[in-house]
Design a protein around this ligand. Structure first.
Ligand code: ATP
Ligand code: MG
Length: 356
């Protein structure tokens, strides 16, 4: 028998509380003002003369306790493709925040530049909105020690619509569902008014705060948002298809420039899911994309026969293949939602006297 390999002395080492300075890591330069990206050697933005900041391609793994500017990381909430989301606190007063950290899986310069600009575009998009149904951005920055780029948001108490949908039984809770839908449409009305297209509306990007008056909607995650009239940023979104297959508008699936109608479609898929408990199309990502392009959506009343006809017609109108046949804007979709009749809550039946 071969001698037992000695265990690595993990238990004996003390965790490093300070992240190593990433001197040898590959990096690019970013203009803090216009968010153009430059190769490593450049020092000044050719557009506005600002001194460029360094952003690392692969910042070393963030750790609990790590300090980024005025904030400290506490625990990681989620790990996405291009960013990770952490709970954190403001060091001065312990105020709870959410920190979104940029991460890269590639050394492809074009892809990195694209990700970086998208990340800071989220900052620009969210800070411009300022609406009760949109998450508030408290700040953004670049840590000079590690080159870590981060966004800071208010920390919300509650759960995402995705988590809520697992717990809800629709359409028994029709009134709550309609209220949530109207709040999403109201937030999106303001987003569109500012010329921003979200492009990734889905239940995990809608947060429901717990309030005494019921769930209060905050729309999250403008990482894929498209901002009109920003030619430099618009060119960075090249010919790629962005979004999530289950919620993708046909024009997004074709790689066309998505407009407000794409968000109306995304909200339509969410409404279908909220009120029937099912997605209109499911299967592999490729099957879902093909269905969004070609297949008529099923009538929501086939899944939930008790659904008001007005609501099922409204959902189907959002899911029209052609954007011009959908609601022309979020305001008219919000008005249609407000007009859906909600039956009074069903009376609780008296206990059956024959039952023990
Ligand atoms: N301000 C916030 N308050 C509380 N929780 C939040 C907040 N922002 C994000 N979260 C939580 O973190 C999750 C991921 O956030 P977000 O959608 O912004 O990032 P993401 O990396 O793009 O995730 P994904 O791509 O999976 O949608 C959310 O679904 C939510 O559970
Ligand atoms: Mg998200």
């Amino acid at each position: 028998m071969s001698p037992k390999k000695p265990e690595p002395p993990f238990g004996k080492t003390r965790p490093c509380t300070r992240p190593p300075v990433a001197a040898a890591q590959p990096y690019l330069r970013l203009c803090p003002a216009c968010h153009r990206t430059y190769p490593a050697g450049d020092a000044v933005c050719e557009q506005d003369g600002c001194r460029l900041h360094r952003v690392c391609f692969a910042p070393l793994g963030p750790q609990p306790g790590q300090v980024l500017g005025d904030f400290e990381l506490v625990s990681r909430l989620s790990l996405g493709v291009s960013s990770e989301v952490w709970e954190g606190v403001r060091r001065a007063d312990g105020y709870p925040v959410i920190l979104k950290l940029l991460r890269f899986f590639t050394h492809d310069m074009d892809a990195v530049a694209d990700l970086c600009s998208r990340f800071f575009r989220e900052a620009a998009a969210v800070s411009a909105i300022g609406h009760p149904h949109i998450v508030s951005l408290l700040g953004h920055g670049l840590d000079t020690g590690t080159g870590q780029a981060y966004l800071v948001f208010e920390r919300l108490a509650g759960r995402t619509l995705q988590e809520a949908l697992r717990a809800w039984r629709m359409p028994r809770d029709l009134a709550t569902g309609l209220d949530v839908a109207r709040q999403i449409a109201s937030g999106m009305e303001q987003v569109h008014r500012l010329g921003i297209i979200h492009r990734d509306l889905k239940p995990s990007n809608v947060f429901l705060e717990d309030t005494a008056a019921g769930p209060h909607v905050k729309i999250l995650d403008f990482g894929l948002a498209k901002i009109r009239n920003t030619p430099h940023l618009a060119t960075l979104t090249r010919d790629m298809m962005y979004g999530t297959p289950a919620y993708l508008a046909p024009e997004q699936a074709r790689g066309e420039e998505p407009g407000e109608a794409a968000d109306v479609y995304g909200l339509g898929v969410m409404l279908f899911e909220m009120f029937t408990g099912k997605l209109p199309f499911f299967g592999t990502p490729m099957q879902m994309i093909a269905a969004h392009l070609q297949k008529p959506p099923p009538d929501p009343r086939r899944h939930k026969p008790g659904l008001p006809r007005e609501l099922s017609d409204l959902i189907l109108r959002c899911l029209e293949k052609s954007g011009s046949r959908r609601y022309p804007d979020m305001a008219s979709l919000g008005a249609a939602l407000a007009a859906v009749p909600t039956p009074p809550p069903a009376p609780i039946p008296d206990p059956d006297p024959d039952q023990p």
